[in-house]
Design a protein around this ligand. Structure first.
Ligand code: NAD
Ligand code: IPM
Ligand code: MN
Length: 358
C-alpha cells in the first residue's frame, strides 16, 4: 500500500522520540512491502523561530494532503514562565487540531504486564487495567471566548459545548464500548457547570440507543480518585477537553510513565498521532526520553488510518518483546534494572527495530 506521512516533530524531546517513530514506520514499510513516503513540517517554537507563526499555512496544507501525521510535541521553557507572550508554541498544536477537525482524541491506557512494578500503584490494583479514553479535542474552555477586562485585572476563559460537539464524541465512545467490555463512563462536573449538564443530558439521551452498554456518570473529582483506587473498574471513558487532558496524565501512571502513552487524534480528515507527553524541557537533549509513546502512536496510525491490523500488532508485539527482554528507559526502570538494560532513546529504538526485523 502507498501512504504519505507528514512528520511534525516540533520541540524538545518531540524531535528525539519522533525520529524513532519514523524509523519504525520505515521498518514496517520494508517488512510488509508498503511504500511510505515522508515529508516534514514545522510547528510550535521551531515554527515561531523560523516564520513567526506557531502553525504556518504550509504545515496545514501539507497535513491536509497527507494520509496521516506523526506528531512529536510543542513547548519551550521561554514561554512557560512568560504569561505576557502573545504568540505561543501550544497555539500550534491547538491550531492544527482545529484546522483538521480532530475532535476525538483516543488515549488508550494499556498496561504492559512487564511494567507492573514501574508504577507507584500497587501491582494487585493495577494488573489487568485497560482503559480507553475519548477526550473531546476541539471544544471546551480551550476554544471558548477568552480575554481580559477591568484594565487587565480580570481574566476569563469560557467553557462552552454545543449538543452537536458532545454527540459526535459520545457516539465514537459508545461505538468503541460495543467492541470492548461494553462499559462507558462519562465524566463531567454537572453538579456545578452548565456545559457539563448539557454533556450529561446528551449522554442520557443517547444511552437507550446502546442498550447493551452499561453507562455510568462520574464527576471529574471522583473520577480522578477512582482511577487510582480501582483502575480496573473502567473500560471506555468519555470526557471533555480539559478534564480529559488532566485525567489522562494521571492515568499515565497506570501504564507506568508518560513516556508510554500514545494517542490518536481523529475526526473529519487526516488523523494525527501523538504521544500525550510534552516537550519535556527537563530531559531535552540528554538522549534519555522514552520513545515508546511515539512507537505506540505509530501502531495506532497503522491500525486506525491505514487499516493495517497485522502491522499494528507487530509494533505492539515488538514493544512487548523489548520490555520482556528487560530493556528499560530511565522513566520505566526500577531498582532491579541492570545497568546494561538501561537504554537511552536511540538504543531503545534500535531494540524495537531489532525485534521488528525478527
Ligand atoms: P511533559 O509531558 O513535557 O513532562 C512531564 C514530565 O514527564 C517531565 O518530568 C518529563 O521529563 C516526563 N516525560 C514526559 N515525556 C517523557 C518521555 N517520553 N520519557 C521520559 N520522561 C518523560 O509536561 P510539562 O513538563 O508539564 O511541559 C513541558 C512543555 O511541554 C510545556 O511547554 C508544555 O506546554 C508542553 N506540553 C506539550 C504537549 C504536547 O505537545 N502534546 C503536552 C504536554 C505539555
Ligand atoms: C496535550 C497537551 C496540550 C493540551 C497542550 C500542549 C496544548 O497538554 O496534548 O495533552 O492541553 O491539549
Ligand atoms: Mn496534556
Amino acid at each position: 500500500m502507498k501512504k504519505h506521512i507528514v512528520v511534525i516533530a516540533g520541540d524538545g524531546i518531540g524531535q528525539e522520540v519522533t525520529a524513532v517513530g519514523k524509523q519504525v514506520l520505515e521498518a514496517i514499510a520494508n517488512k510488509y512491502k508498503h511504500e511510505f513516503t515522508f515529508d516534514t513540517a514545522l510547528i510550535g517554537h521551531e515554527a515561531i523561530e523560523a516564520t513567526g507563526n506557531p502553525i504556518p499555512d504550509e504545515t496545514i496544507t501539507k497535513s491536509k494532503a497527507s494520509d496521516a501525521i506523526l506528531f512529536g510535541a510543542v513547548g519551550h521553557p521561554k514561554y512557560d514562565n512568560d504569561p505576557s507572550a502573545k504568540v505561543r508554541p501550544e497555539q500550534g498544536l491547538l491550531g492544527i487540531r482545529k484546522a483538521l477537525g480532530l475532535y476525538a482524541n483516543l488515549r488508550p491506557i494499556k498496561l504492559f504486564d512487564e511494567l507492573l512494578s514501574a508504577s507507584s500503584i500497587k501491582p494487585e490494583i493495577l494488573k489487568g487495567a485497560d482503559i480507553l479514553f475519548f477526550r473531546e479535542l476541539t471544544g471546551d474552555v480551550y476554544f471558548g471566548e477568552r480575554g481580559r477586562k477591568d484594565e487587565g485585572n480580570t481574566a476569563y476563559d469560557t467553557m462552552i459545548y454545543s449538543r452537536y460537539e458532545v454527540a459526535r464524541i459520545v457516539t465514537k465512545a459508545f461505538d468503541a464500548a460495543m467492541t470492548r467490555r461494553k462499559k462507558l463512563c462519562s465524566v463531567d462536573k454537572a453538579n456545578v457547570l452548565e456545559s457539563s449538564r448539557l454533556w450529561r443530558e446528551v449522554v442520557q439521551e443517547m444511552a437507550p440507543r446502546y442498550p447493551e452498554v452499561e453507562v455510568e456518570h462520574q464527576f471529574v473529582d471522583a473520577a480522578a480518585m477512582l482511577l487510582i483506587k480501582d483502575p480496573k473498574r473502567f473500560d471506555v471513558v468519555v470526557t471533555g477537553n480539559l478534564f480529559g487532558d488532566i485525567l489522562t496524565d494521571e492515568a499515565s501512571q497506570i501504564a507506568g510513565s508518560m513516556g508510554m502513552l500514545a494517542s490518536a487524534s481523529v475526526g473529519d480528515t487526516t488523523g494525527l498521532y501523538e504521544p500525550i507527553h510534552g516537550s519535556a524541557h527537563d530531559i531535552t537533549g540528554k538522549g534519555v526520553a522514552n520513545p515508546l509513546a511515539s512507537v505506540l502512536s505509530v501502531a495506532l496510525m497503522l491500525d486506525i488510518s491505514f487499516g493495517m491490523k497485522t502491522e499494528a500488532e507487530a509494533v505492539v508485539h515488538a514493544v512487548d518483546a523489548v520490555l520482556k527482554a528487560g530493556f528499560r528507559t530511565r522513566d520505566i526502570a526500577d531498582s532491579t534494572t541492570p545497568a546494561d538494560k538501561l537504554l537511552g532513546t536511540k538504543a531503545m529504538g534500535d531494540q524495537i527495530l531489532y525485534y521488528l526485523a525478527a
